[in-house]
Design a binder for this molecule. Structure first.
Ligand SMILES: *Cc1c(COP(=O)(O)O)cnc(C)c1O
Length: 366
């Protein structure tokens, strides 16, 4: 009996290379794009371990939980790490990056998360890239939560290592990811005696055994199911148009933000400035006296498929996340999310203006 995802033929090297080329086009990059056979944490960790060592001074920007993780990996590599943490309700500015370089001219590596689904902020990468370029530092970017939701342009922005995953705005699988690697980043890895080699974490292995060989023979069996899904999701974005997909995410964010405020019960945008709010997901601050995780659990009882979540860890008390990405970047998902939140708030005795919220959301949808 045939089955849609069993007994698959191995994916050919040519097909694998063509998916890489499509991802490169999506990122408008001429750098090498290496697809990694695992969730995005694989290239995120591999890129840091490949390039950082005891002679590295790294500026690690923390605008959410991932930045903390990157700092831990950098320290584990022996790097000297200068943490630049900004409150989660805001974004880092290019001026703050400039000031960090002025104070520590020895900085040779900058790690940054573009958009944070976990905190709902997005950082001005183009402006920051200008500053990083002036100082010649290697620029590492986590674009997992931004790709597909807002422009991600590694070449234009001078990003040396740009990591993406398909599981957020691209609406694709979580088990495969990609990283674009600049010539300088390859050179840094080749010169780094501590860069992983003959290891699952190794980007250099892919360079030596795949890229440099003209991408004709795969070093090991490709994860064909994930590759086919990644190919399908890039194909769908190409068909819809990347601009259209990004516009849907921007509209979902604007509508959710406007609708939450219009509920009129103190459900405030967690990220204060709209321009610093990520198009991928909108975070909200629970009204005084309301525990976010309880409110979300209540809101999900009617429809557990709604894209609602409480913040992670310590944020579970105060933060509500509306994960309007991929298939949920639609007016319908925003409406349903606002309706469920409004109903859960009403149960708490807070009279939410649901018709007003839905009107506000509709007119904010651009
Ligand atoms: C979602 C996300 C990732 C991927 O991590 P998961 O824990 O698998 O969701 C990495 N970086 C950022 C900024 C993300 O938002």
């Amino acid at each position: 009996m045939t089955h849609p995802f069993l007994d698959l033929a191995p994916l050919s090297a040519a097909r694998f290379a063509s998916v890489e080329d499509r991802v490169a086009r999506l990122l408008d990059t001429r750098q090498d794009v290496v697809i990694m056979q695992g969730e995005a944490l694989l290239p995120l960790e591999g890129a840091i371990r490949g390039t950082a060592g005891p002679d590295t001074t790294a500026l690690n920007v923390i605008t959410g939980p991932y930045g903390r993780t990157f700092g831990d990996w950098l320290r584990d590599c022996g790097a000297t790490v200068i943490d630049l943490a900004v409150p989660f309700h805001t974004a880092v500015t290019a001026e703050q990056i400039r000031a960090a370089f002025a104070e520590h001219p020895e900085i040779g590596f900058v790690s940054l998360v573009h958009a944070e689904a976990a905190t709902g902020n997005t950082n001005p990468v183009a402006e920051i890239g200008e500053v990083v370029k002036e100082h010649g530092a290697l620029f590492y970017l986590d674009a997992v939560a931004s790709v597909g939701a807002e422009p991600v342009l590694p070449d234009a922005w001078g990003v040396d290592l740009c990591v993406i995953g398909a599981q957020k705005a691209m609406g694709g699988p979580a088990g495969v990811s990609a990283v674009s690697v600049s010539e300088r980043a390859w050179a840094r890895m080749a010169a780094n005696p501590k860069a992983p080699r003959r290891s699952y974490l190794s980007l250099l292995d892919w360079k030596e055994r795949w890229v440099d060989g003209g991408r004709t023979a795969l070093p090991h069996a490709p994860a064909q199911l994930e590759m086919l899904a990644l190919e399908a999701c890039v194909e769908r974005i190409e068909a819809d148009g990347l601009e259209t997909v990004m516009a849907r995410h921007a509209s979902a964010a604007a509508a959710t933000r406007a609708g939450a405020v219009a509920l009129g019960v103190g459900l405030e945008p967690y990220v204060h400035e709209a321009r610093e709010a990520a198009p991928v997901a909108t975070t909200l601050r629970a009204p005084a006296g309301v525990v976010a995780s309880e409110l979300v659990a209540r809101a999900l009882t009617g429809d557990p498929a709604l894209p609602l979540a409480a913040g992670g860890g310590a944020l579970a008390k105060e933060m509500i996340r509306v994960n309007h990405y991929g298939a949920d970047a639609t007016p319908g998902a925003v409406r349903s999310s606002l309706t469920a939140l409004g109903a859960a708030l009403a149960e708490r005795g807070l009279t939410a203006d649901l018709p007003g919220a839905l009107r506000a959301a509709e007119s904010a949808w651009r």
